[in-house]
Design a protein around this ligand. Sequence first.
Ligand code: SAM
Length: 275
Amino acid sequence: MGDAACWLDEVCDACGSVPDAGRCRCRPTGVDPRAAPGGRPRSPIEQLAWAETPRGVINLRRRFDPTLGRDVHEVKLGDEFLMSSLFTVAEEELARLGLAAHDGDDLCVVVGGLGLGCTARTALEDERTGELLVVEALPEVVSWHEQGLLPGADELVADPRTRLVTGDFFAMVRGDGFDPDAAGRAVDVVLLDVDHTPGHVLHASHAPFYTAEGLRGLRAHLAPGGVFALWSDDPPDDGFLATLDGVFDDARAHVVAFPNPLTGGEAANTVYVAR
Ligand SMILES: C[S@@+](CC[C@H](N)C(=O)[O-])C[C@H]1O[C@@H](n2cnc3c(N)ncnc32)[C@H](O)[C@@H]1O
């Protein structure tokens, strides 16, 4: 237990130091303590769950990344990589930047796209989050969290502020909003991370959302002072920013850069924030 924590937790509970690429004070060589007896490495990729969905087979797998010295969880839908826990800085910044743009308290926050739960968990770190509605299209993803198959899932699910809602975020924008128990209810902050970019969507039915008309539909679900924030894999897109700016009073694009130990360089995502 103590050994495993050395690799999985932020602080090793054996020596109390913070592991760096899997190496803490009591394991300076970074040997994977979960290796099978005799030093044989465990299977590099473990399938934790899979299911048939209308969009193809969805797969949750865990692999040990020797460069990072830690486990990486990945989700594939059909042939496409849907998400990975390799880098989650920008998913977390989506929550921080979106919430920072709101100056109210006791906020009703909506996260579009549960994924690995990083955005949702970060939203809960802000004590002004009074309620968190996480809208996820795939019941399998919700179920993985409820079963505790993902790191941090238990704390997300157990938090009394959290409600996991299975549904299509974009249909909810076109319809009665995000709270299945309160049709038409206005919310304070919407944090969206479903598509790769506003122009590279997972499904054709998502594309109209990223137009002025689609964004006006989202704005109609925001209470006064409300904030909409969006993650994107690409650098800031001036055309999309102009569309956002035309719908909201203020729109900005934040470049979130983070080190990429796999390349030795830097990577970046964009977080748009509009209010
Ligand atoms: C990139 S992941 C989100 C990652 C998340 N920000 C995190 O911190 O882990 C995108 C998620 O959106 C979900 N999704 C796809 N289409 C959706 C839709 N129409 N409505 C709601 N969720 C959707 C996917 O199943 C996936 O769980």
